[in-house]
Design a protein around this ligand. Structure first.
Ligand code: FAD
Length: 466
């Protein structure tokens, strides 16, 4: 069979055979690849680190441009606090590179936010999904972007910012690769500071008042990791609230502190599958021991990601059907969070799709991107659901996710498009009222459909009738 079989890293539920893969390492190589593809009438898909889970980065039969080699650096502007960085750079490379460029300097500029739970995600992929981290007062990453260069369907590089090609700026951030290849990004930075972690075990009812109190006391980051034991009254209710407060720069950073190492994560993941009551005990007691510990504002956002952990787990458990965790992120108005979590617990308590991990975070409204998911200051609820890779297993998980989306919508909320493409059309239309307009704008900017992914093809079909 010709072509190259690709799949996403985390869910492994998107096997797609692309015609071939090219790895351009400069803007000039991207331009040349797109001009050649246009000459051959070839559709192009675009990938970074392959973590999106709805087929956004691959298209059957397409030429796949893997942009993870676009790692060139431009200017670090210490006056404005910005850096020009290649779209293929992953967060650890970006953070390390920023530190190396400012070695020995008193004020060190670094990133404002990145995703939690995985680090090896590219800047291009992060813009394309308009990602967020665990900032308590931040809007999605569009707020951290000054400008970027996008090579469009005609193979022409265009600088996009709020002043220049402003429509493309708003479309391509959160546009899932439908409008072109982002080659380089001018990212807004923030001075790196020391933070103290504050930890308490609390309940969902007390969470919003506690977070408001923490924010009033200056905390900049935080999340609430809730109990996943569906047999306990604590399910989706009791959790570990960690928040991070700036401290005086003179405070000494410890050489060593207690960290969750790879083997701890392996154990926690195994427990999350086998003993969901115990995992909370182990996890919360670790976090409580770190109350008062100091961290840097950039590196505390990094975390351990265990590559391919589920294959190992499947092997150890001797399961016949492989499985992985599918993620979903639901958004609800903050004053409806308690009701939403109670209703979600009711829906998930039968354990048909076990919750393996979940958190609550906050987001500030995004007033800029075309397909904004943060339509208001929402609470964000993340569920990792165990999904068996059988027809029945996938159907059960998809049904659970659709039910959770219905719940979020019933409270005036929304959901993230990056994790799967199981939402119904009516759900997409309610969460993203401009989705049909988004598809039309894609055709205006890319009339020949040069950029195609399974995700875009799916939505083109779904919205084919008016
Ligand atoms: C374990 C895990 C944890 C996660 N945690 C978070 C989180 O905390 N917060 C959050 O917001 N998201 C989170 N995500 C989602 C993740 O941030 C997005 O799926 C992101 O798009 C993945 O980036 P990537 O580099 O892997 O891109 P890919 O998966 O390769 O591509 C994703 C999209 O970006 C497009 N793209 C990639 N590079 C470019 C480029 N150079 N130019 C134009 N388009 C491009 C692709 O076409 C595709 O549409 C998580 C995902 C996983 C698997």
């Amino acid at each position: 069979m010709t072509g190259v079989l690709c799949n996403d890293i985390h869910s492994k539920l998107n096997p797609t055979r692309v015609a071939r893969v090219l790895r351009p390492a400069s803007e000039a190589e991207v331009v040349a690849a797109l001009k050649k593809a246009a000459g051959e009438g070839m559709a192009v898909s675009i990938c970074g680190a392959r973590h999106a889970m709805g087929g956004q980065q691959f298209g059957e039969g397409t030429l796949l441009l893997d942009l993870s080699h676009l790692t060139e650096w431009g200017e670090l502007d210490r006056e404005r606090g910005t850096v020009e960085a290649g779209a293929g750079l992953k967060w650890p490379e970006l953070i390390d590179g920023l530190h190396a460029r400012q070695a020995g300097e008193e004020k060190v500029w670094s990133i404002r936010q990145k995703q939690t739970g995985a680090d090896d995600l590219t800047l291009g992929g992060s813009l394309a999904a308009n990602i967020h981290g665990r900032g308590l007062n931040l809007c999605p990453i569009i707020g951290d972007v000054e400008a970027f260069t996008l090579v469009d369907a005609a193979g022409v590089p265009r600088r996009c910012s709020r002043e220049e090609n402003a429509e493309l700026f708003r479309l391509a951030i959160g546009g899932y690769g439908c409008f072109g290849v982002i080659t380089s990004v001018c990212l807004r930075l923030t001075p790196r500071i020391k933070l103290e972690r504050l930890v308490e075990v609390t309940t969902i009812e007390r969470l919003m008042p506690a977070l408001e109190q923490r924010m009033a006391n200056g905390c900049l980051f935080g999340d609430f990791q809730f109990s996943i034991d569906e047999r306990s009254p604590d399910f989706l209710c009791r959790g570990v609230l960690s928040s991070y407060r700036p401290v005086e720069p003179e405070r000494e950073m410890p050489e060593q502190r207690e960290e969750l190492e790879r083997h701890h994560w392996e154990e926690l993941i195994r427990l999350a599958h086998d003993d969901r009551a115990k995992v909370f005990e182990v996890y919360s007691s670790f976090y409580l021991r770190t109350h008062g510990a100091l961290y840097w504002s950039d590196t505390h956002q990094l975390s351990v990601y265990l590559d391919d952990y589920h294959s190992q787990l499947d092997h150890e458990c001797g399961t016949e059907v492989p499985a992985s965790e599918m993620i979903s992120e639901l958004y609800v108005p903050r004053d409806r969070l308690v009701e939403f979590m109670a209703a979600a617990a009711e829906r998930l308590k039968d354990g048909a799709v076990p919750v393996i991990y979940g958190t609550v975070r906050l987001i500030r409204r995004d007033e800029e991107s075309f397909l904004a998911w943060a339509r208001e200051d929402f609470a964000c609820v993340i569920f990792n659901l165990h999904t068996e890779h059988s027809e029945a297993g996938i159907a059960t998980a998809a049904e659970a996710f659709r039910a959770l989306i219905d719940l979020a919508l019933s409270f005036g909320g929304s959901f993230f498009l990056t994790y799967h493409r199981w939402a119904r059309r009516d759900q997409i239309e309610r969460a993203y009222p401009r989705f049909a307009e988004f598809l039309r704008a894609k055709l205006v900017h890319d009339p020949d459909g040069r950029f195609q992914s399974e995700w875009w093809r799916h939505h083109r079909e779904l919205f084919a009738t008016p």
